[in-house]
Design a protein. Structure first.
Length: 206
């Protein structure tokens, strides 16, 4: 029997890290054949760093202000990820846009989660955008990262109905429940070699 070696992941974070936690839990439960070789944060105070340390995962703080522009920041980021032998980069609440330096260094191998049904409501405050617009359904999208803002090919989506009294907080909490299910599932598909990309279309093998 041929056993595939675990896919080497980097998880990039800026804040709470609940998605990081869901990924760690899925790996520890044995449902994803992957290993997190590093968690990188641009925010030294991110709670996500504490979650990583608690689970014995290597952390790297890579702060914005140490670099004069996005390309310099990303060049150093690529080096950090290559030093950790990363194969798939996971953006789990990483609140920075990536330049072509990062996108070209990891072709079809950077994945983001966004709290809306793309292409609706890209960018910041997606839950508020959805409520303000008056849609009946929102949700979350796991997608590949290109140089645009939340424009890359879509891997998985989950729908969350809007409720009558929803606030940004209540909607965000229900969307996060779906994120914590979808993101590990998408990573599992990569780890099992089931993802193929053809232009804008992501094919998932049965
Ligand atoms: C998640 O809800 C994710 O969808 C969102 O940040 C949150 C991070 O939560 N990302 C974006 O808005 C990116 N455009 P977490 O730190 O608890 O995982």
């Amino acid at each position: 029997m041929i056993t595939q070696s675990p896919l080497k992941l980097a998880v990039l974070v800026s804040g709470n890290g609940s998605n990081l936690q869901a990924i760690i839990d899925a790996i520890e439960a044995g449902s994803i054949n992957a290993r997190i070789t590093c968690v990188v944060s641009n925010n030294p105070d991110a709670f996500a760093l504490k979650r990583a340390i608690k689970h014995g995962v290597t952390t790297v703080i890579h702060q914005n202000q140490n670099f004069s522009n996005r390309r310099e920041y990303d060049s150093a980021l690529v080096q950090i990820l290559k030093d950790h032998e990363v194969e798939l980069v996971i953006l789990a609440g990483f609140m920075r846009l990536l330049s072509e330096i990062m996108v070209n260094a990891f072709p079809h191998a950077i994945v983001n989660i966004h709290p809306a049904l793309l292409p609706a409501f890209p960018g910041l405050h997606a839950q508020k955008q959805a409520l303000d617009y008056g849609v009946r359904y929102s949700g979350c999208t796991v997608h590949l990262v290109d140089c645009g803002t939340d424009t890359g090919p879509i891997i998985l989506q989950a729908v969350v109905p809007i409720e009558h009294n929803d606030t940004e907080e209540t909607l965000s909490a229900r969307i996060q429940r779906e994120e914590h299910r979808c993101f590990p599932e998408a990573i599992r598909l990569f780890a099992d070699g089931k993802i193929q990309v053809n232009g804008r279309h992501v094919h998932i093998s049965p």
